[in-house]
Design a protein around this ligand. Sequence first.
Ligand code: 7TS
Length: 403
Amino acid sequence: MLDVNQVRNDFPIFRKKDGDFIYLDSASTSQKPESVIESISSYYNSYAANIHRALYEIGEKATDRYESVREKVKRFINVPDSHVVIFTRSTTESINLIAYAWGTKKLAKDDQILITEMEHHSNIVPWQLLSSRSNASLNYIPIKKDGTLELEELKKNISSKTKLVSVSHQSNVFGTINPINDIIDEAKKIGAVTVIDGAQAVPHMKVDIKELDCDFYAFSGHKMLGPTGVGVLVARKNILEEMDPFMGGGEMINTVNMNESTWNEVPWKFEAGTPNIAQVIGLGSSIDYIEKIGIDMIHQHEQELLHYGLEILSQNEDITLYGKAKKRGAVIPFNVKNIHPHDLAKFLDTDGICIRAGHHCAQPIMNKLGISATARASFYLYNTKEDIESLAESIKKTVGIFN
Ligand code: 7TS
């Protein structure tokens, strides 16, 4: 069993006695353990230098630390080759990179991009932009009101025209863990490229890229105990080699003359300019931390919290819970009778409880449910059953004030 008290003690933000708070918004961003914060300050305090160019000790150390994080990502999610691990700013940037550097070259009129109604806006808008640049059509696999995909519709929608299929591994609204193995298999049958948005999956469950065998997989450091400003894109090497660069600048070139340039090898071809060095090093420490605790242990702890949360909140008749997927991560969207989720979040905040309220950057889901917003509680390794009991109590109190 996970020793949550010990875990919480690793996080400076939870050690403060004054202004105690209960953090139930990890699907938005996670808190950071001391080891991650220290690895970032240690770079700035003792070896701050640019990478890949400095011929002195601290520059070489910074380069080694930065590059070693590719190996950590490779081991953590079982990527075949550390050279297909590209550092970006976020999941959002990783998906935009694919849409520009792969999509602009590969897609044309009569081609189809297939996504789902369950996506975060960052897995919708880049494809809308690509669709208007290329004239390829953009189609959606519908969702059911219970927060699962209409998989029967996948077979109806996918055809030889489909060139790219992009799906989230785990929904940020319902927590639904999508059957991405089946979707990748269907896409492969017709030779479509597959993109998996793993922003909500990598922090919370074992992900195995070799086993998934998708073409692209994207995630963010800040949702997995790491700093903001670093994301990852892993991809199949031959596809990366065929792609044009995303951004031009220093480091991504091999040669530059007045008229043209040639490109550096993968992955550096996609890392133009000075990267987020400290953030990448911080991501390395967050992977170390998660591996020390064990991703399966974290997943199991979150599953217990999820089931406890569903049980406790369902006892309150004023609460409507959304999502009924059998395989589901620790995310609970809900609404409380006669209280707008923004008001609820503000009232819970007076009890020191942080939840998210709004459309969660997933407006097509809200449209499907016929609502404009929900409240959302999401859990991570540092949350406890007492946190959930406090949430339930504070909701009851707020209902009393409003009714
Ligand atoms: N994809 C999914 C499934 C997400 O949940 C998010 C962020 C993103 C992509 C974008 O990640 P970013 O790091 O590039 O911003 N989701 C949320 C959320 O649910 N609440 O705030 C951010």
